[in-house]
Design a protein around this ligand. Structure first.
Ligand SMILES: N[C@@H](CCC(=O)N[C@@H](CS)C(=O)NCC(=O)O)C(=O)O
Length: 218
């Protein structure tokens, strides 16, 4: 065992938890999974034992605690350089980090209107201009990464990388809310949705029975 312990929330809803879980699983990095159920009276009590930020995901490695999904992705890439979780090429890596930073800090309109909900049957919801802008920007980022750095495979930088882990929740939102997308976007989405690690995560999500009313959009 690697000594890594990843604290996550509900697989159906926790988009932030999914990112490091997918990257680590896809890279074949072993870790112990610790589950804290979101939106329950004991969530805060439990998560505060792991991090003062009181959010999932959290990664423990020995005495070290990393309490943010992107920081966890960076740390895992540092500890396991041979897994190539960032692109090898320096320019590609800088682009991947820019794309990840934009995802980490942005796309609030899409996030708010279309929460990750893997159980929800695919159905469209009304889209205002802010949501449409977020969608268009994400498609532009995906297209540019694929065009300049995607020759070696179906992912944003060819082979699977942390950038794909960061954008995987957006892929599920596009799917769940039946968002019309261009053909190249659809190809990229299919690559993510076909990942063995994604399928394992989703299968587990579909077995969960907890419902978070705020994340159920009709
Ligand atoms: N910036 C953090 C955000 C994490 C986050 O907001 N996690 C949500 C779950 S997906 C959470 O823990 N929510 C619990 C709450 O707000 O009480 C990260 O990237 O890890």
């Amino acid at each position: 065992m690697s000594g890594l312990q990843l604290v996550i929330g509900n697989k159906n809803y926790s988009s932030w938890s999914m990112r490091p879980w997918l990257a680590m699983t896809q890279a074949g990095i072993k870790f112990q999974e610790v589950f804290v159920q979101l939106d329950t009276p004991k969530f805060l009590r439990e998560i505060r034992k792991h991090s003062g930020a009181a959010r999932v995901p959290v990664l423990h490695h020995g005495d070290l605690t990393i309490w943010d999904s992107l920081a966890i992705l960076e740390y895992v890439a540092d500890v396991y350089p041979a897994k190539n979780l960032w692109p090898k090429n320096r320019n590609a890596r800088a682009q991947a980090r820019s794309a990840c930073a934009e995802m980490h800090a942005g796309f609030q309109a899409l996030r708010n209107a279309c929460p990750m909900n893997l159980r929800r049957p695919a159905r469209a919801v009304p889209m205002n201009d802010a949501i449409k802008n977020d969608i268009a920007r994400i498609e532009t980022i995906w297209r540019a990464c694929r065009k300049h750095y995607g020759k070696g495979g179906p992912f944003l930088f060819g082979k699977f990388s942390n950038a794909d882990a960061m954008y995987a929740p957006a892929v599920t939102r596009f799917e769940t809310y039946a968002i019309p997308v261009a053909k190249d976007t659809r190809c990229y989405m299919d690559a993510i949705l076909s990942l063995p690690s994604f399928k394992t995560w989703k299968d587990a999500a579909l077995k969960e029975t907890w419902v978070i009313p705020d994340d159920e959009v009709d």
